[in-house]
Design a protein around this ligand. Structure first.
Ligand code: NAP
Length: 532
């Protein structure tokens, strides 16, 4: 058996090993296979020269990136796509080992990352030779038009620090880096420790390909200690993870005193709502059932956008419970290396414990409609694997629930929630206090207009489905780069993606006022930021 390696960090344009583990293992952390328990690698960020890392990115990589036009940077994104495509098989092997995911779930992360990057490469190419983005038309400030104002967007002269969640080691990096690098802002990524290997390997491949100016992309694996202390006023931080960690980060002087900007993508109590017309036996009912079961099992429910609350008119409750349970019962759970397995494991035993505690917490108020763990046989997986079968809970009177509207259980778990009328369904969805996504299911597209608009003020995305889009819809939980990702309130208040809208976070907006001739001259080497 090979000896697990200590994965190096890439900072200040160099590969550097963190301080390796001491005899009590305090400085390095093991990455493990959640199915077999095997140790795969170690990571450590101890002993890194973080001042040098940030200074090099800010002062050497940033200017070199910004010397390129938007179109040239878009071309670099295309080259990154080609590099990642060439190493795709290795990424799948790492995901199987370190995340415990079946190939179709690894694809959500890996191919989702590549698709997002290639979308930004295309969108960025349309910005051509520009070095400046214009935000709106010239507006006169004097009656005779001699003195005017135009808003410009310039890339922020700092670093983009990404602190990422464990569930998307590939997509989580590239969905952010695509727009940061296109904007001309160097990236330092700190992946979640438990699944850092895939992020580290992708960075290594892109660095080795020599695509970007040195220092444009750095990776730090292990503890985040000291990173925020280096964040200056022109740096931006993009955090993805739990609301609790987000709250700790937000209180840091980087934001409270130095006014650096932070984007937060946190946890979310997403809903799917079956409209009253969609009774059992109609196509919309089947679409709803299929999507709820799919969302519970894709990546073992470890998706920030997964359906946590499936809302149904109370008269359809029993039919929906039976139909979803019937689908869940077909889910073969176990070692992702076995081809019969449809759902792999959770990311770690520790995470499995957290999910089991979450289920017990919800069971205090909800009935258990289906529990695949009762007679579970996990294929090729021992008793200490992090495998967990799906669990469907239920609350016939959704309005009486408390925990179900407050608790995100980050695993293959959802609660069927009964509602009396559509106004109550809207009110219940909003008890999530702001979510990433809500989906609607009806046989009548127009009937979804009122709830779609009523829910839009509390959700970053509203996904409305009728039978006419059965074959073309992109899925409740799939984050498309063309659509906004993020959500108000509890979901973190962040905004990512949404086509070129994502560039705004990595730019500083300034109102340039002056003689008409100067403001006219601003349009050289500039392009209006497209609306989509
Ligand atoms: P987490 O425990 O909050 O960790 C997220 C990241 O923050 C990790 O890289 C972690 O590093 C780091 N971190 C932890 N404490 C920190 C501190 N005091 N200072 C700086 N960094 C710190 O979340 P997770 O368990 O990885 O992810 C699951 C959660 O993420 C779920 O709630 C899910 O809903 C949410 N999520 C949201 C989205 C979205 O787009 N909205 C996407 C995916 C996941 P270590 O790993 O080294 O501890």
């Amino acid at each position: 058996m090979r000896t697990p390696a200590l994965l190096e960090n890439y900072v200040a344009g160099q590969w550097v090993a963190g301080t390796p583990g001491t005899s009590n293992g305090s400085a390095s952390t093991a990455l493990t296979d959640p199915v077999t328990g095997e140790t795969l690698a170690f990571v450590s960020s101890a002993g890194l020269d973080l001042d040098a890392a940030f200074t090099y990115a800010r002062e050497t990589a940033g200017p070199a990136l910004r010397a390129l036009s938007y179109g040239e940077r878009a071309q670099r994104l295309s080259q990154i796509v080609a590099t990642l495509q060439a190493n795709r098989d290795d990424y799948y092997a790492i995901a199987t080992a370190n995340s415990g995911t079946v190939a179709t779930d690894s694809a959500v992360d890996i191919d989702g990352a590549i698709y997002t990057l290639s979308t930004y490469a295309k969108l960025g190419a349309a910005l051509g030779d520009a070095h400046t983005l214009l935000d709106g038309a010239t507006v006169p400030l004097a009656k005779d038009g001699s003195f005017t104002v135009r808003h410009v967007l310039r890339p922020t002269p700092g670093v983009a620090l990404f602190i990422n969640a464990f569930n998307f080691p590939a997509w989580g990096l590239w969905e952010k880096a695509a727009s940061a690098l296109l904007a001309g802002v160097p990236v330092i990524v700190k992946p979640a420790t438990s699944t850092a290997w895939l992020t580290q390997r992708m960075v290594a491949d892109v660095v080795a390909a020599g695509i970007l100016p040195p220092g444009s992309l750095s990776v730090i694996c292990g503890s985040a200690a000291g990173l925020l202390d280096r964040i200056g006023p022109f740096d931006v931080v993009s955090f993805t993870g739990s609301a609790d960690t987000a709250a700790t980060l937000r209180a840091h002087p980087a934001f409270t005193q130095r006014s650096a900007r932070i984007n937060v993508e946190a946890d979310s109590l997403n809903s799917a709502v079956l409209l009253p017309d969609a009774a059992s036996g109609t196509p919309a009912f089947d679409q709803f059932v299929r999507e709820v079961a799919r969302e519970m099992t894709v990546k073992s429910g470890q998706k920030c956008t997964a359906i946590r609350r499936a809302m149904v008119p109370v008269e359809h409750f029993d039919a929906a419970a039976a139909a979803i349970a019937e689908r869940l019962a077909r889910t073969v759970v176990g070692n992702p290396r076995n081809e019969s397995v449809k759902m792999g494991s959770l990311v770690s035993e520790a995470q499995k414990r957290v999910v089991l505690e979450g289920i017990a917490h919800l069971q205090a108020e909800a009935e258990t409609l289906y529990d695949g763990n009762r007679d579970a046989v996990f294929v090729d997986a021992g008793p200490h694997s992090a495998c967990l079968a799906p669990v469907l809970l239920g609350m016939r009177d959704g309005a009486a629930g408390q925990r179900v509207h407050e608790t995100e259980v980050f695993g293959p778990v959802a609660t069927l929630v009964g509602y009396r009328d559509i106004d109550e369904a809207v009110a219940l969805a909003k008890r999530g206090q702001g979510s990433l996504v809500v989906s609607l299911y009806s046989n009548d597209a127009a009937a979804m207009r009122t709830p779609a608009l009523a829910l839009a003020d509390a959700h970053g995305r509203v996904h409305a489905i009728d039978p006419s889009v059965a074959k073309t819809q992109t899925g409740h939980g799939n984050v498309m780069p063309q659509s906004l990702h993020g959500g108000p309130g509890r979901a973190g208040g962040g905004e990512e993606l949404g086509g070129l809208r994502a560039l705004r976070f990595y730019h500083v907006r300034s109102a340039v006022q002056g003689p008409a001739a100067l403001v006219e001259a601003l349009t050289q080497d500039a392009v209006e930021l497209p609306k989509s």
